[in-house]
Design a protein around this ligand. Sequence first.
Ligand code: COA
Length: 327
Amino acid sequence: MINTESSLFGVRFIGSGSAVPDRVLTNNDLAQMVDTTDEWIASRTGIRERHIADGAGDSVANLAAQAGQKAIAAAGLAPQDIDLIILSTSTSDDLFGTAGRVQKILGAEHAVAFDLVAACSGFVFGLVTASQYIQTGAYKNVLLIGADVLSRWVDWQDRRTCILFGDGAGALVVQASNPSHPQNNLLGFEMRSDGRGNDLLNINYLGRSTFESITMNGQEVYRFAVRRVPEVIEKSLHKANLEVHDLDWLIMHQANQRIIDAVVNRFGIDPAKAVSNMGKYGNTSAASIPIALDEWVQAGKIQADHLIAIAGFGAGLSWGSAVFRWG
Ligand code: COA
């Protein structure tokens, strides 16, 4: 539970942005590459197309910086106002980290920047991390970015995995509330990991500066998500003294429509509250939640004080949820 009484600073969520590569790869395009069909992919996953990085311009750093720039502008800030940049990514342009490149592109010269690796849970873990720095009073304006270019690590001849993933970036500005008007909009969170499931989803180091392509046990990952994700959503709501029916929006990691449907059914909530845009983007890993958040904000669906639960899950295994009010 977040101890708001001992926190000097509350947390606010004040601006979002997103960016995806221009190139679109449809299910029918994939059917020219591997033995699959639009019908198979759409009915098993809900995915119809995805954006795929095309050349150096679509690096993680560039996509992340584009999303970050929009989020900073939406928050009414300048890059020089940012104190901390957290880049959640598992597909870094550089094993030493990509956050420094993002800082340079943005011209966020007063920030400290680092990468956070937690696969498809990266945005949730990043949001909690950003909030901790704010609540201790260490930083005031934090730019959190989820960005991934998994297309680099997909085996384009493996129909079990290549149909799932897309590329993109989403960003969120998290800000300390004014101490004279304390307002804490992060209401609860729960983060989990279980290394016993680590071999279910990997991009392993092979030696001699080489990594393998994505390997995944799809059925086990599916079972894990459907069982574990509702638990952390309930736990984070419980910490906030709220119930699932209080939510305005549930933004889950956009991996598979059937996983979202299963969670919606289990909770008995209105399916219209469960944000879904994977049909257009596929699974963009750490970027999927902030891209969906930004789309709903841009469309005017998410409004000030709306109650939102986000939930991420993926390799590690890792999973987590956070409940917050927008604005
Ligand atoms: N097109 C056509 N057939 C395909 C296919 C494709 N793209 N991919 C797999 N198949 C085939 C399999 O070869 C298998 O055929 P077989 O029965 O002759 O062996 C059959 O379809 C069923 O495969 P299975 O793996 O059992 O399918 P599934 O119903 O579990 O669906 C996933 C596969 C990947 C869509 C599903 O398991 C899933 O979404 N899992 C979660 C993955 C995930 O979200 N990962 C990211 C987490 S962050």
